[in-house]
Design a protein around this ligand. Sequence first.
Ligand code: BMA
Length: 322
Amino acid sequence: MSDNAGGPLSSSSSPELFRRYQGNPILRPTDWPYTVNAVFNPGVARLDKETILLVRVEDRTGLSHLCVAYSEDGLTGWTVDPDRRFLPDIDTDAERFGVEDPRVTLCGDEYMIVYTGYSSAGPLVCLASTRDFVSFERRGVLMSPEDKDAALFPTRFGDRWALIHRPVATEPRHMAHIWLSWSPDLRHWGDPTILLAAREGAWWDAHKVGLCPPPLLTDAGWLLLYHGVRVTAAGSLYRLGLALLDADDPTKVLARSSEWIFGPHEPYERSGDVSDVVFPCGWVVAEDGDTLLIYYGAADTSVCVATASVSAILTWLERHSS
Ligand code: BMA
């Protein structure tokens, strides 16, 4: 399977946008100081000149928790810190089967971590906050099941917070679209609208779409990276596409890529606990203001990173929007 398949018109586009780091995977289960099954889908933040990954760790019960790994340059020299962990509160139903896939947004001086709680009724959206990734404050359940792939914008719009999330509809055919909801206080959510609908038929993002990292403000608007799932005879294929929202009114979709721009290709993405999955939950912009480092889970097994140029992405999106 290739991430650059497509007609001649697309040959100059997708492959160059995201570049895999040659040292991938940057973190594997064997890097953990305790027994784990898989490490993947990390959220990311910058704190005190360090890149902090909040890695989803699936242990050998099958349940997941979150654990910090940090590095100075965001690529090499990772230290796994078992003293900085966010463990599921198994006494609450919301996190009964673990916590998964964190997306971290810096809101003022607090990091807001929107994560999936795996409840007895299925996945739901939870919020916790931290200033240091040592102590965490749980701020409650934001969306009831089934809902996941959620993240906050870093700023309010007027006097309301906005959350991107992904509920699953029962009709038609369990389609899963990306939605936007609003809140005055980060507790009570309403005014939901569909932001990006899953496409249909043979499209790469037919059936299911979900937000990847939190929205990133650029000169052209809010940049979104999202995953699209196509169900094939061999299983689900997770690939990535781009969209752009209006800077002042994020309900307005200015652009959406027609092609996927990144997909499973390397052996560590094609084979693992769940094959053919690339699943980013976080990105950071480097000091040059243009280089993006995108952190993703590969095949639900290891942590990888790819780089891209924000300006190149925006130029490409202008030409390849449907
Ligand atoms: C999604 C999420 C991710 C996972 C992906 C592929 O639904 O649960 O955590 O990486 O499936 O298995």
